[in-house]
Design a binder for this molecule. Sequence first.
Ligand code: DX5
Ligand code: ZN
Length: 222
Amino acid sequence: MSKQSNIIAPSILSANFAILGKEVKEVILAGAEWIHFDVMDNHFVPNLTIGPMVCKALVDFGITKPIDVHLMVQPVDDLIKMFADAGATSITFHPETSNDVEKSLQLITDLGCKPGLVINPDVSLDVLDPYLADLYMVLLMSVFPGFGGQVYIPEVTKKISELRKTIDNLEKNIRLEIDGGVKEDNIGEISAAGADTFVAGSAIFNKSNYSDAIQNLKSNFS
Ligand code: DX5
Ligand code: ZN
């Protein structure tokens, strides 16, 4: 199975929350395929962001592109249910936040969403072994989660290549998403290593022209 189509998923963590609906519509018009929605609880990660009500508000505002919910919360199951109700498309969580990873993944699927696991920079890919074949996506963190605007950890590139090989050997369509410090000057290397889904927060929302920002990212795909 070869790599799937490339997807840019702007992380709204770097958007202007006072005008969030408008910001999301603008990045979609500018060429974003998905919207990446970072949920932080000030417990699993040292920051607090937005919850299911904001997800539902975006859907009610007319956002129809996939909403890619990245849960950085502990515990996860109640929020999985709330985000499924709120219109999430995919839901990813960190395996260390669930008492029963298999059950939490099944819950996501049963509620009609696409399940994924998130691997922190210091977590081994081996953690994926029992679950990988049933995942829609793996999200590899290239920064420690909690904040936008951090610098890409270069050692993660090797992990991308390794996971790409494992996914290809499985012959399954599992998306390989990368999150943290993705910029126009490193997206080529990240894409060459085998990622197909690219979260970018500050590289898009901190620019004045979202169209140019997204096109610059896309023009550097390998
Ligand atoms: C970090 C979040 C990321 C973050 C990415 O904990 O999961 O999605 O917003 O932001 P940038 O692209 O600025 O590193
Ligand atoms: Zn994220």
